[in-house]
Write a protein that binds this ligand. Structure first.
Ligand SMILES: [Zn+2]
Ligand SMILES: [Zn+2]
Ligand SMILES: [Zn+2]
Length: 311
């Protein structure tokens, strides 16, 4: 058994092993050293993982909201398809990048334990607001509790993307084709293109996809932030644009490299179908989904190569 685990190189492989050998889960939990604060993170608090029983109880509650929800619905895109659950979240919760708070009552929720009087005075948590250039207001300084606030001062929205793409070469569709792989942002679910000057095939390709399952990528992250000791590590030759945030559209090179069509604005593959007879016209534009169209997003014309500007 131990040997099996030793040969597993990624979380994905360990998961597969655990499906075959039920005792693996315990072995892994036993072997993981407790997280230690490295001094840089002061207020780090370690929580125990949820138990099987707790997960079961949560699932039973969720099924009361939407009976269609499956155990395999694990991504934001999966959840978006569960209409009842989404409308429950919209009625009950405030969902922001750093905040999730809920309040209201209905057939699923139990009656609040607080007195009515106190419950009425509870509001959703306010969004962050700046005090000055490098500090945010404390809760007491906010004076907006109970009033609507917006996410516009959220650090990742205020923070300008790096002005440089950060690649040692230009991120072209040719270099994207050398990798033929994208990575999904864990915040916005958009696919982001991987670039390499040399073709990544065979063992290095396997090594790359194993590494990617272990990394929780968010837009703007670059592999050089990782502590890679091995000089020949595959992540030292594969790059992502640094000058990208979750607000950015899909990269143009994504389309020119020939990846599967996804919405230009949000990255979903559930696209607005072209009207019959209009297919050729539709090809002139980057793909658009129904949701983005309904939100007022306009079609963007595809960049075409011409002889004066070969790329
Ligand atoms: Zn409710
Ligand atoms: Zn993102
Ligand atoms: Zn969209």
């Amino acid at each position: 058994m131990k040997n099996n685990l030793d040969s597993a190189n990624s979380l994905g492989e360990i998961r597969k092993l655990a499906e075959k050998y039920p005792t693996i889960e315990e072995e892994v939990l036993d072997s993981v050293e407790p997280v230690r604060s490295n001094g840089k993170i002061k207020n780090l608090k370690v929580f125990n993982p949820a138990t099987e029983g707790e997960i079961f109880d949560l699932r039973r509650e969720i099924l009361k909201i939407d009976q269609d929800i499956k155990v395999t619905d694990s991504t934001q895109q999966d959840i978006k398809k569960r209409k009842l659950f989404v409308s429950f979240l919209n009625d009950h919760c405030k969902i922001a990048q750093y905040i999730f708070s809920g309040k209201t009552s209905c057939h699923v929720c139990k009656k609040p334990r607080l007195s009515n009087e106190m419950f009425e005075r509870l509001y959703h948590l306010p969004d962050p607001e700046p005090l000055n250039c490098d500090k945010y207001k404390s809760f007491d300084q906010l004076h907006v509790y109970g009033k609507p606030t917006s996410e516009k001062y959220r650090p990742s929205l205020v923070g300008k993307p790096s002005s440089e793409h950060g690649l040692p070469f230009s991120p072209s569709s040719q270099y994207a084709k050398n990798v033929e792989m994208v990575v999904l942002c864990s915040d916005c679910d958009k696919p982001r293109v991987l670039y390499s000057k040399k073709v990544v095939r065979g063992v290095r390709r396997t090594q790359l996809s194993n590494c990617l399952t272990d990394i929780q990528y968010t837009c703007g992250f670059s592999f050089d932030e990782l502590d890679l000791e091995e000089e020949t590590h595959v992540l030292k030759t594969v790059f992502l644009r640094k000058n990208i945030t979750c607000n950015c559209t899909i990269e143009l090179t994504y389309y020119s490299a020939g990846f599967e069509d996804v919405c230009f604005f949000c990255g979903t593959d559930e696209l607005e179908p072209a009207e019959a007879g209009d297919e050729d016209e539709a090809k002139k534009y980057y793909p658009l989904c129904t949701g983005c169209k309904d939100n007022g997003k306009k079609l963007v014309e595809r960049r075409t190569r011409n002889k004066f500007n070969p790329k």
